[in-house]
Design a protein around this ligand. Structure first.
Ligand code: PGA
Length: 250
């Protein structure tokens, strides 16, 4: 199986041409790499251009209703109809802007209902880590995201990105052994709910770059990475893709 490497452009770049050129450049590189799946997570307004070029794309958010009077929101159904495959749900930058676990649960359900593959982001803050609450936080975030609707949707694909909040955009990375142990915990936690997940993919995110990616991808239970800052640096990100190609998921 291929490693999943997702470029999270966040609210970058400033023009559609730049976004499309960057995504196309990476997609071109990946054509020669048989063990990597590349996904471009872009601002909504750039998705269409990239999809027209046949590049797999993720939205960075969606609303939890399919249609209706919700000015300024973007429907998961419309995203699906546009050809989007993935959607990031519950990124810590959105949680910090007030997105609650309850809303994240609703969004996850809406994404799965519409056949999008949710990329659920979970992770503890520095304070929570220091207080020894990491596992409790992850269990809470996962239970709130998935637990309330476990019987309603069956047979869906799910990606969980473990992104310690203290590692995002800070240059501080999680120790890969620790990240791998955390993946084990997440897998066990999900197992406890016996959800109808057909395919669970666990990836790491938080200050991933070309120097540290290998440490994560050599771990059997880390199937890829969600890359923010480094995904905007062409040479750096191409190196990440090339390194990922050496470590297919067994
Ligand atoms: P970073 O961001 O790689 O810049 O730390 C990761 C993310 O926010 O998904």
């Amino acid at each position: 199986m291929k490693k999943l490497v997702i470029a999270n452009f966040k609210m970058n770049p400033a023009t559609a041409d730049e976004a499309s050129d960057l995504a196309q450049f990476y997609s071109g590189k990946v054509k020669g790499l048989e063990n990597v799946e590349f996904v471009a997570a872009l601002p909504f307004i750039f998705l269409s251009d990239v999809l027209k070029k046949g590049i797999a794309a993720a939205a960075q958010n969606c609303f939890h209703k399919d249609v209706g009077a919700y000015t300024g929101e973007v429907s998961p159904l419309a995203l699906k109809n546009l050809g989007v495959q993935y959607v990031i749900i519950g990124h810590s930058e959105r949680r910090r802007m007030g997105e609650t676990d309850e809303i994240i649960g609703k969004k996850l359900q809406a994404a799965a209902r519409n056949g999008l593959i949710p990329i659920l982001c979970v992770g503890e803050t520095q304070e929570e880590k220091e207080a020894g609450q990491k596992e409790a936080v992850l269990e809470w975030q996962i239970s709130q995201a998935l637990g309330n609707w476990k019987l309603e949707i069956r047979n869906f694909q799910l990606v969980i990105a473990y992104e310690p909040v203290w590692a995002i955009g800070t240059g501080l990375v999680c120790d890969p052994d620790e990240a791998s142990k955390t993946m084990e915990f997440i897998e066990e936690t999900i197992g406890n709910w016996k959800l109808g997940i057909r395919n669970l993919t666990l990836i790491y995110g938080g200050s991933v770059d070309a120097n540290n990616i290998k440490g994560f991808l050599v771990k059997q239970n880390i199937s890829g990475a969600l890359v923010g800052g480094a995904s905007l640096k062409k040479d750096e990100f191409v190196k990440i893709l090339e390194i990922a190609n050496f470590y297919p998921v067994k």
